[in-house]
Write a protein that binds this ligand. Structure first.
Ligand code: SAM
Length: 239
């Protein structure tokens, strides 16, 4: 099953309860709050895009600060949970849209002060993750927060493949079959949990886009990769 089809029904209903007390969830929460504070120091953050927004974990934080919040997610069931976390009194500041990010993002250009994407880039092949990062940056005027799994060397990749491949054989096979049947995305772009992304490649890509990684927090340290959350800022145009 691909990530785009995974978060429906029971998975959506149980999503928060299964995660919200975990250490990584709490680390991500405090990182986002710190990143927001850093970003806000250089001027007010008025508009935020959260993509995919899932069950709306960031809605209360941004709503409390009176920030215009747009959440986008492909799953109507995740969105239904998200809608419940919207405070009624100022609900007009919140828009939650059922959309595929691959259709929604390409049309956005410099639209938001801050774009947030958590627990998503790690699900895609590096090529797709890189083009998603590009679209996230294009959608933002100032700041982007991304969450991803990165490795530093090939040994980590080899180790991960050695350890994880037997476990994922069935998933890989069904993802290949699924993508072939759908004819939408290729195997490389559709498969679950392929691997982490090479740190250097991602960093170079971000720099080439004209963005700087301002802050990083490691949310999980694994033998074969780190899970990290980064605050990125758009570079000032050279005079
Ligand atoms: C692991 S959850 C992360 C949700 C949230 N960002 C968080 O940190 O809890 C992944 C989310 O991606 C959404 N998703 C998967 N494929 C998508 C796509 N193509 N476009 C938009 N959302 C997608 C799923 O519906 C799910 O809500």
């Amino acid at each position: 099953m691909t990530i785009t089809k995974k978060y429906f029904g029971k998975t959506a209903m149980e999503y928060d309860a299964k995660r919200r007390h975990s250490r990584t969830w709490l680390t991500e929460t405090s990182a986002l709050e710190d990143f927001y504070r850093t970003a806000a120091q250089s001027g007010p953050i008025r508009t935020v895009l959260d993509i995919p927004c899932g069950t709306g974990r960031w809605i209360p934080f941004f709503q409390e600060r009176n920030i215009d919040y747009t959440g986008v997610d492909v799953s109507k069931d995740m969105i239904a949970v998200a809608a419940r976390s919207v405070r009624e009194s100022d609900a007009r500041n919140v828009r939650i849209l059922e959309h595929d990010c691959f259709q929604y993002l390409p049309a956005r250009q410099d639209e938001f002060d801050l774009v947030v994407s958590t627990r998503f880039l790690g699900w895609w092949h590096t090529d797709t993750a890189m083009s998603l990062i590009e679209s996230l940056c294009a959608a933002s005027r100032k700041f982007v927060i991304i969450h991803l799994r990165v490795h530093d060397n090939r040994f980590q990749v080899a180790f991960r493949r050695l350890v994880k491949w037997p476990k994922f054989v069935v998933r890989y096979a069904s993802a290949v079959f699924g993508s072939w049947k759908e004819g939408r995305l290729s195997f490389r772009h559709n498969v679950l949990d392929v691997e982490s992304h090479p740190r250097q490649l991602v960093e170079d890509h971000i720099q080439a886009l004209g963005w700087t990684i301002l802050e990083r927090v490691v949310t999980k340290r694994l033998v074969y990769a780190n899970v990290e959350i980064w605050l990125m800022q758009k570079d000032e145009p050279a005079c």
